[in-house]
Ligand binder design. Structure first.
Ligand code: TXA
Ligand code: MG
Length: 316
């Protein structure tokens, strides 16, 4: 591990202490690592934005231990909300629901809705049960860059922007799912799929009927054309397409199309490894648009969309 000044721990109680003191904790979830602050500590929430270099106004997902706690922060009384929450929580599903007055504006960017989920990672479950409240956490990467799926990725990306005296990285090992949560807006009829993710689109459709996939500029702030971007240029090809001609020493091929769970678990590490290897082109084979393939195609498309640093079309 590289030199870094931030405390690493695998003790959820230590994380709760840091959060209660207004510090930030990088938390493991089943999807990706998040950068968490206590929803009721406004200065901690502000520091999430500065640490990530994320523009203000981009709303944060809040994380709670179970449905009964979630109901203190969002209106989840509709049959669709209950159906989805009972079927998918704990797990990689975020519901966009009317927020309760308890959620501060800084978390939602002043929106009437809040994104809320119950993560499935055992350490973060233990943390949330002991904490009892809500923690806000975007992915723990710098704005527009590749999401972290190990504690080492978090260290590489943001350790030097954290405060050694206040903050903590909770090390829960590599994330099991590897792509972010599925986001469903349940305030529209029919509900809208805003981001494909760890809960399969097919499963959502089975549970509540067909959802509208968002098209054009998404209503979810920050879910823009470009995101999850490596520094190396990335070219996308479909299965069966020929590889580009040229010097293969300078090309890194990412093709895990034969196992989509494995592809999701490794996507961000693969992009990071390719970036670090010094190649001048990443060629990624697009998985089929089924199951986790929906999320993988979405992330790869965004990774390739616009790789100019400082682009306005960035999320974090
Ligand atoms: O799997 C995940 O969801 C991870 C882990 C850490 O939980 N979190 C995550 O957060 O991916 P983030 O901030 O990187 O992506 C959340 C997306 C952003 O595009 C944000 O703008 C959108 O969800 N979002 C959150 N709350 C929203 C709201 N109230 N209205 C519209 N969009 C919202
Ligand atoms: Mg993110």
């Amino acid at each position: 591990m590289s030199e870094h000044p931030i405390e690493l721990s695998s003790d959820p109680s230590r994380a709760v202490e840091v959060l209660r003191n207004g510090g930030l904790v990088a938390i493991p979830t089943e999807t990706v690592y998040g950068l968490a602050g206590d929803v009721e500590h406004p200065e901690a929430i502000e520091r999430i934005f500065t640490t990530k270099n994320r523009p203000p106004g981009h709303p944060l997902i809040i994380h709670v231990s179970d449905l009964s706690v979630a109901e203190q922060w969002a209106d989840l009384s509709s049959p669709i909300a209950q159906e989805l929450a009972h079927a998918c929580w704990p797990g990689p599903l975020t519901l966009l629901a009317p927020r309760s007055s308890r959620v501060p504006d800084i978390v939602t960017g002043g929106r009437p809705t809040v994104g809320i989920r119950v993560p499935a990672h055992s350490l973060t479950q233990a943390l949330l049960e002991e904490h009892g409240g809500a923690i806000a956490a975007p992915s723990a990467n710098r704005f527009g860059r590749i999401s972290p799926t190990t504690a080492q990725h978090v260290i590489d990306d943001i350790a030097h922007f954290l405060r050694p005296e206040d903050d903590l990285i909770l090390d829960g090992g590599p994330c099991g799912v590897g792509v972010e949560s599925t986001i469903i807006d349940i305030t529209t009829t029919p509900p809208q799929l805003l981001r494909p993710g760890g809960i399969l689109t097919e499963d959502i459709n089975r549970l509540i009927g067909d959802v509208n996939a968002s098209s054009g500029p998404s209503r979810a702030a920050g879910m823009m054309a470009s995101h999850y971007a490596p520094l190396t240029k990335i070219m996308l090809i479909e299965q069966g397409d020929p590889l580009p001609d040229g010097d293969f020493d300078g090309i890194c091929l990412i093709d895990r199309t034969n196992d989509l769970a494995d592809a999701a678990r490794n996507l961000y590490a693969d992009l990071r490894t390719a970036d670090a290897s010094g190649v001048n082109l990443i060629v990624a084979v697009m998985p089929p648009a089924v199951g986790l393939g929906h999320a993988l195609r979405d992330r790869l498309t965004k990774a390739a969309a616009d790789q100019h640093p400082g682009s306005a079309n960035r999320d974090g």
